[in-house]
Design a protein around this ligand. Sequence first.
Ligand code: ZN
Length: 277
Amino acid sequence: MRAIDVHVHPSTRGLDCDACAYFRRELNEVPTTEEKFADLFVAQQVKALLIGWHPSTVKDGTRNSNEHVIELVTRYPAAFAGILASLNVGSQPVAELIDEARALLENPAVKGFKFHPPDQNFYPNDRKHYELWELLEAGNKPVMFHTGFTVLGANQDGGHGIGLDCGRPIHLDTLARDFPRMKIIAAHPGWPWQEELIGVVTHKKNIYVDTSGYLAEQLPELFQRAIRGRLQDKALFGTDFPYVDLEKALISFDKLGLKDPAKEKILLANARALFGI
Ligand SMILES: [Zn+2]
């Protein structure tokens, strides 16, 4: 295994064509069958963690779901290491979410959870969700939150109802303070709040960060410096596939000029230790 990609959306369901356009992804380059999707990861010797969340902006086609990605992991174990499950935080009663979370925590395919506060319209540090976070913290599986800019609703009137504020890294700071044993992953470099993100990840030992949503050479300079240095034990390789191509992401990562130990940690060892893969 060459790398673990901790941030992969299945290209088989829930594909946002506006987001593809934003990333200048040719739709015919995106695999839509399960076989081709899996083959791509096998060919690169990368194991992916698949995200079960369905974006609000995609109305057509069959919805992505935790069940769908669990099925992919079961069918293609050489390509997929597990899933990051999602829950309808912000739009479903907490008691129901807790029941769902309990069942997901017991499933060995579930390696962690992934939420998108801007699209799901909630603040991670809002106390009304704390009962759910208590359960996830006790369940000992990492929890990823989208941070910073999102392509969902970008360049649309009112951003399609999506507010960026919910994705500010500083909200994860209070969450990490209140749940010191919860392993929190800030997805993306948090732009336009990359300084805030680096401050938060540096201060809270239980916050990690992934490199997804960018080719590595396009990551904010400050962020590149941070993962080369102090944050090299807390950074995780991620693509945001299918919006960012896996092969291009790997080639770009090589161009960062990281020393071998740091490179190994970010591509593989940090994720291995964090998710127990
Ligand atoms: Zn993503």
